[in-house]
Write a new protein. Structure first.
Length: 187
């Protein structure tokens, strides 16, 4: 990433953060997002991939917990080493099956998970890697080049991850309005 690209990215982040700060009082669910943004843009390439995926994974957990019937039984499914919905991939599959995310949002989650996995399992990994570039070029929410502005692979990943996080940040509140309820079934 060139110095000009870094400066453009940081300037864009400062503008977004300024807007988020203004909204945090009225919309408390944005508090975690603002704090995430502050740290996210200081991260290394590996740190950015891992942090974005972790934040999205946590949002998926919140969305599922808000939708499922009972908090205690939901926690058994969502938390702990043997919980069936404790992995990022299982949570993506669950929100897709339950219709809690759009198909595009699920595809973005899958691509971000794949990028995260590459960074997590390879000692030498970079956004310059061809496999990572392929994943990032498939992200729907990524910033795209325009006029004489180029967008690096990290820029594509970062913008897609932030856009997805913005989409999902208030989703637990919306999903909770449709929360499942226990009921008696005919015999």
């Amino acid at each position: 990433m060139t110095e000009a690209e870094k400066e453009r990215r940081l300037d864009a982040v400062r503008r977004v953060r300024k807007r988020v700060l203004a909204l945090e009082e009225k919309y408390p669910h944005l508090l975690g997002f603002g704090e995430f943004l502050d740290d996210f843009n200081k991260e290394t390439e590996r740190g950015a991939a891992l942090a974005a995926a972790a934040f999205i994974d946590d949002l998926l957990q919140q969305i599922l917990a808000a939708f499922l019937v009972n908090k205690a039984s939901a926690n058994k499914l969502l938390s702990g080493s043997n919980a069936p919905l404790s992995s990022f991939s299982a949570r993506i599959a669950a929100v897709r099956a339950l219709g809690l995310l759009s198909e595009t949002e699920c595809q973005e989650c899958e691509l971000i998970r794949k990028v995260r996995n590459e960074f997590a399992h390879q000692v030498k990994m970079s956004f310059d890697d061809k496999k990572i570039q392929g994943f990032c070029s498939s992200l729907t929410y990524r910033a795209k080049p325009y006029a004489d502005v180029t967008v690096s692979t990290r820029g594509a990943f970062t913008t897609a991850a932030i856009a997805l996080i913005v989409n999902l940040t208030n989703r637990p509140n919306h999903v909770a309005r449709q929360k499942l309820t226990a009921r008696e079934w005919p015999r």
